[in-house]
Design a protein around this ligand. Structure first.
Ligand SMILES: [Zn+2]
Length: 151
């Protein structure tokens, strides 16, 4: 094989490797326990959830008041992208609420709903955050919100 052919072959492998990396689904190690817990809570409610196409990452999001988002990638995969500043200061309950909300978009294809209960609280953790309902996610309200999320 001529040197030029070998060089061309190397370029081909390099571009394939780059493509594969882009299509690879990987979950940030800090997010993984929350992805696992999401799958476990779904399973506990007899809801089968396909998460093989959902990546997760933590990065600085320079968007006001955006703690995280669900991105649709060109590869067809989804990515839960969490703001690093939010992640560093949030407790486990707030982290779970945000990751589960984004997985509600990315893994369950759920849109926002700002449906409000009689007491003013949000009916769903899929609330937009800009609506009028109050979102209180704690050890008392968690189970009902997860029932609603996976209903
Ligand atoms: Zn949302």
């Amino acid at each position: 094989m001529k040197t030029t052919q070998i060089f061309a072959l190397c370029l081909l492998f390099l571009s394939l490797a780059a493509c594969n990396k882009e299509n690879e689904v990987s979950v940030n190690a800090d997010l993984q326990p929350y992805f696992d817990s999401f799958a476990a809570e779904a399973k506990a409610r007899n809801r089968s959830v396909e998460m093989g196409h959902v990546s997760g990452d933590i990065a600085v999001l320079n968007e006001n008041n955006v703690a995280a988002k669900c991105q649709s990638l060109a590869s067809g995969h989804k990515n839960v992208l969490v703001d690093e500043k939010f992640w560093k200061t949030a407790d486990a309950m707030a982290r779970e609420m945000v990751v589960f909300h984004e997985l509600g978009h990315c893994a369950l294809s759920r849109p926002h709903t700002d449906a409000t209960k009689a007491d003013g609280s949000c009916e769903s953790m899929m609330q937009s955050g800009t609506g009028l309902c109050k979102m209180i996610y704690n050890s008392k309200t968690r189970s009902a919100y997860l029932d609603e999320l996976f209903k």
